[in-house]
Design a protein around this ligand. Structure first.
Ligand code: SF4
Length: 379
């Protein structure tokens, strides 16, 4: 098999690891046209949008994660790119202006440390032989050696271990081979220690598979809070699991089950899982940017977010005593609690009111829709 054929398989395989978008299924970012089939949009740590070659070093895997299209029981074509082969392809795309960075992951091919070594070799070739100084996101395999973690944070711009499930009990439903505390959490902790010692900024991110283990949103939110406060996580991503089992039409006996990202969005249950993912991203923003604590996030009796309304609106509707807010006196985080006002508008309000007291006229000059805000603010 030539490099292009391998690349086709391994870049297609990498689409299951999102870690770069907060969009609904049919928006760009999850789907790619033929021309950009190896290339994904992403947001860099400085906020710039860019395009990455997103690829697996190998789709061979000895693990058994039930949600994963490459687990050891799947009957799929298995391929591996050699480190120099992958580095050369990347540099060709980079010099052609097609990509600015690399997102490199891999199935666990024979052993954790051998897999890490192969990925690290690819990154070393890029950094040392090709003098590539741009963005590299490197997946770290849970349970790898301290030496591999140390090397990874020295070489990469961003590293990540996918947490997959919010706790050990939920992960055990997805895999008997993966270990939550000793494997995943321990590796996240070590990454956090090693990244403090490197001179460049090396961010750490992670990703949940949402809905594969029967977990509630409350469990995911609790784990999210712990990851942000305890391990200085740069970002957390939420990837809706699309189980073939929830599709109305069952495949013929003996045929391969469809992979989750290939399922057409026909059933309302399938759409609901993407809305759930979207609500978790909104909650994530409330925790990271809006000053909400995890205990303030409104949940229903079964510990789930509303699919119908965004969590900030739900909070506002159940806190009538907080409103109407005096917009001329409230602090930044109080202003952020007003539905319809985000960080950009809140900063504009604080700046503008230093020059003149806000009223109905000058507040609409800030791009705010006064009619929609009138029940929440006092001028
Ligand atoms: S370790 Fe990764 S590639 Fe292997 S089965 Fe689990 S999720 Fe899939």
């Amino acid at each position: 098999m030539d490099t292009e054929q391998k690349l086709n398989i391994l870049t297609d395989s990498s689409k299951y690891d999102l870690a770069c978008s907060c969009r609904m299924k049919d928006e760009p970012g999850r789907l790619r046209g033929q021309a950009g089939r190896w290339i994904y949009p992403a947001v860099l740590p400085d906020g710039r949008k860019t395009f990455l070659l997103k690829v697996l070093q190998s789709n061979k895997c000895i693990n058994d994660c039930k949600y994963c299209p490459f687990n050891d029981s799947r009957d799929i074509e298995r391929v591996t790119l050699e480190s120099s082969e992958l580095a050369n392809v990347f540099m060709e795309l980079f010099h052609a202006g097609r990509v600015e960075g690399l997102f490199l992951s891999s199935g666990v091919n024979s052993s954790v440390d051998k897999t890490m070594e192969k990925m690290l070799d690819t990154v070393r070739i890029l950094r040392n032989r090709h003098k590539f100084r741009g963005f590299i996101h490197l997946k770290i395999i849970p349970g790898c050696s301290d030496e591999a973690i140390c090397q990874a944070v020295h070489l990469a711009t961003r590293v990540s271990v996918n947490i997959e499930a919010p706790n050990a009990g939920r992960l055990s439903r997805l895999s008997v081979k993966k270990n939550f505390d000793e494997g995943i959490i321990n590796t996240i902790k070590k990454i956090n220690q090693y990244r403090q010692n490197v001179r460049h900024y090396c961010g750490q991110t992670t990703q949940f598979v949402v809905g594969a283990a029967g977990e509630s949103d409350a469990e995911i939110i609790k784990a999210t809070d712990r990851l942000y406060t305890g391990y200085e996580m740069e970002r957390i991503y939420y990837s809706a699991y699309q189980s073939p089992a929830i599709e109305p039409a069952k495949p013929e006996p003996g045929t391969q089950l469809p992979l989750f990202a290939d399922i057409p969005l026909t059933s309302s249950k399938t759409n609901a899982s993407f809305i759930r993912e979207h609500r978790l991203y909104q909650t994530d923003f409330l925790l990271r940017k809006y000053g909400f604590s995890s205990k303030e996030i409104p949940l229903d009796a079964s510990g789930n977010l509303s699919l119908e309304k965004d969590p900030k609106l739900m909070w506002a509707q159940s806190h009538a005593d907080f409103f109407p807010l005096d917009i001329n006196k409230a602090d930044y985080y109080e202003i952020l609690r007003v539905p319809g006002i985000g960080p950009v508008q809140a900063k504009r309000i604080i700046k503008q009111r230093k020059e003149a007291r806000l009223n109905r006229q000058n507040i609409s000059c800030l791009g705010l829709k006064i009619d929609k805000l009138s029940s929440y603010i006092k001028l």
